[in-house]
Design a binder for this molecule. Structure first.
Ligand SMILES: [Zn+2]
Length: 393
């Protein structure tokens, strides 16, 4: 292959588990075209690869991975890197160029000279969420592409991007990573095999999410909170109400610690008086908007992860009841707690419990449901009724 003759830029070499995609990017780097589409499921590494490619294009030495340009690009904070992403459910067309984080705002910057000398990289995250009018605005830009600018679209659902836009970009596919690969990658980073496997299964094989879960002590807080709540709920209706209260409190606590973390992320871009430094003004504004969105969703996301972990746990109970072994369990580190107070759930009970969990997740996802606590109370009361029914044969 011709790539082996040329050396792979270090930033691109560091993208794990996607040899085809990285080989493609290394070739593309020599003579980049105007637009690329990074497509693949969540956790396959497409966004990581997009950042690496951006770093390679913006770095004065072609993607060393260590200089200021590389570091900023890898964090999506380079001044020459403009990122458009949905600020609500969709990417909107916008009133005009001054309407931030909209297609018109994005397109209006396509023909401007970049803040720093060199190329410009324009990224659309979750590109499948562009409304039709927004996609039309982007299409116009792609039809008359500005010089020295590379567009990168990122999407987990490329089929939902209008063909007119999709056909203007070279598509790079990122297939899902295997469990073995994710576990090995985490183990290489120094995590124990069991913790790596646990994080891999709880994250559904998403390497980035699995890494966050496995690395920090608090990374599995949602699962621990969910399991103690389930244990409480199995003690009857009073326990069910406490379970809802505890889980809601854990979600609030998570939001609080996230706020502290996000504030620390802004610090390097602020001057002594806490104001953004001139060159980073738009970067800081984007980060602040991102933080606001993440904080707004933090409690619901924590609860959603907790309920997913709860579903995995119920599934484990059934596997154990049917005599299944460790190789198919998710919560491998909690063998003593599998079964709670009983030898095992029947598949009928488990079906009822999983149905209740799914319903609660759907209710929580609907942001017009303002009272998360009520949703949790109903869920745990139903779970406790399911457990109670089978305890008295
Ligand atoms: Zn560099």
């Amino acid at each position: 292959m011709s790539v082996s003759g040329r050396s792979l830029p270090p930033v691109i070499r560091d993208v794990p588990g996607q040899e085809h995609a990285t080989a493609f990017l290394a070739r593309a780097f020599a003579q980049p075209s105007h637009a690329y589409l990074f497509s693949g499921p969540e956790g396959s590494g497409k966004r990581l690869a997009m950042r690496a490619f951006a770093a390679a294009l913006l770095c004065p030495t072609g993607g060393c991975g260590e200089c200021r340009s590389c570091r900023l690009a890898l964090g999506e904070r380079h001044a020459n890197m403009l990122v458009l992403e949905p600020s609500g459910p969709d990417i909107l067309v916008g009133r005009d160029a001054s309407d931030p984080n909209t297609a018109r705002w994005f397109a209006s910057r396509a023909y401007l000279t970049p803040p720093e000398p060199g190329r410009k990289v324009m990224v659309v995250l979750q590109a499948d969420r562009m409304r039709v009018e927004a996609a039309d605005v982007l299409l116009k830009v792609l039809e008359g592409p500005p010089t020295d600018t590379v567009f990168m679209l990122v999407s987990a659902r490329p089929a939902e991007i209008p063909d007119t836009v999709r056909s203007r970009a070279q598509e790079i596919a990122f297939p899902p990573l295997s469990e073995a690969f994710v576990v090995e990658a985490l183990a290489r980073e120094g995590l124990s095999g069991q913790r790596a496997l646990l994080a891999c299964r709880l994250s559904g094989g998403n390497l980035g999410r699995a890494r966050r879960m496995a690395q920090s002590e608090r990374g599995l807080a949602f699962r621990d909170a969910a399991l103690s709540a389930a244990a409480l709920a199995s003690k009857g209706p009073r326990g069910a109400l406490s379970a809802a209260e505890d889980l809601a409190a854990a979600a609030k606590e998570f939001r609080g610690s996230l706020a502290t973390e996000l504030a620390a992320e802004l610090e390097p871009f602020l001057d002594g008086a806490g104001r953004p430094e001139e060159a980073f003004r738009s970067v800081v504004r984007r980060l602040e908007e991102q933080h606001e969105r993440r904080l707004r969703r933090a409690e619901r996301e924590f609860l959603d992860s907790a309920l997913l972990a709860l579903a995995a746990y119920v599934r484990d109970l059934v596997v154990v009841a049917m005599g299944g072994g460790d190789e198919v369990l998710v919560n491998l580190d909690r063998p003593g707690q599998l079964g709670l107070e009983r030898p095992g759930w029947t598949s009928v009970e488990a079906g009822l419990a999983l149905g209740a969990v799914e319903e609660a997740r759907a209710d929580l996802a609907d942001e017009t449901n303002l009272n998360a606590r009520l949703i949790l109370e109903r869920l745990f009361l139903r779970l406790s009724a399911t457990a109670g029914a089978s305890a008295t044969p």
